[in-house]
Design a binder for this molecule. Structure first.
Ligand code: HEC
Length: 184
């Protein structure tokens, strides 16, 4: 009989009320801690950066590859001066002599070219020549702006071109509207 008593002794490790209390507490706390950790894991993973869910950030992420820029066609085009064009575009090559561009001020470099006259040089710059890209690589530049840029550069390099006349702007809509208003 003593064998069975020994067996009973080992059948349960909860022997005292204190042990029971500890087991109950653990049985209660362990799952709760587990759930809290799980929730934190899930929340942390799906939303690592709250800023990424801002409408602007989402729109930037899912924007299509192409974009449409709305430009007011009636806005007056600001005609750049020769100096501005040279500073912004042509100077990249023509102040440094990059790619063997005739440098501003290099009279020898320009001398052979000046024979074409301003018209010839302008046509050449519009078309492009060897390493010289058409319109200096900026298709937005008008013929007039190109010509002025050439005057600006060439006149510092031995030429004495006159500023070309500004092409007449297309008749603006404003005066017609003004007349209509006057009739009323
Ligand atoms: C990427 C460099 C580069 C830029 C930008 C550039 N040029 Fe040039 N340009 C050259 C080179 C190189 C030549 C010499 C081409 C040759 O004769 O082989 C040249 C030559 C010229 C010539 C002489 C053409 C001829 O027939 O001899 C003119 C005029 C000229 N450029 C005007 C301009 C104007 C105006 C701009 C700005 C709107 C401009 N370039 C921007 C590189 C450039």
């Amino acid at each position: 009989m003593s064998q069975s008593a020994a067996h009973d002794e080992h059948s349960s490790f909860i022997q005292t009320p204190k042990q029971l209390l500890v087991v109950l507490l653990l049985a209660f706390l362990v799952p709760i801690i587990g759930i809290v950790m799980l929730v934190q894991l899930i929340l942390g993973e799906t939303n690592p950066n709250p800023a990424a869910l801002e409408p602007a950030a989402v729109a930037a992420r899912i924007q299509p590859v192409g974009r449409v820029e709305v430009v007011d066609a009636n806005a007056p085009k600001v005609v750049k001066s020769g100096e501005d064009v040279v500073k912004a575009v042509c100077g990249a090559c023509h102040t440094t002599g990059a790619a063997n561009a005739p440098k501003i001020g290099d009279k020898a470099g320009w001398a052979a070219r000046l024979g074409q006259g301003l018209d010839g040089l302008t046509k050449s710059a519009i078309k492009g020549k060897n390493a010289m890209p058409p319109r200096g690589g900026v298709p937005d530049l008008s013929d007039y702006e190109i010509a002025r840029a050439i005057v600006f550069m060439a006149n510092q390099s031995g030429a004495s071109f006159k500023e070309p006349a500004e092409p007449k702007a297309a008749p603006a809509a404003a005066p017609a509207d003004a007349k209509k208003d006057a009739k009323k």
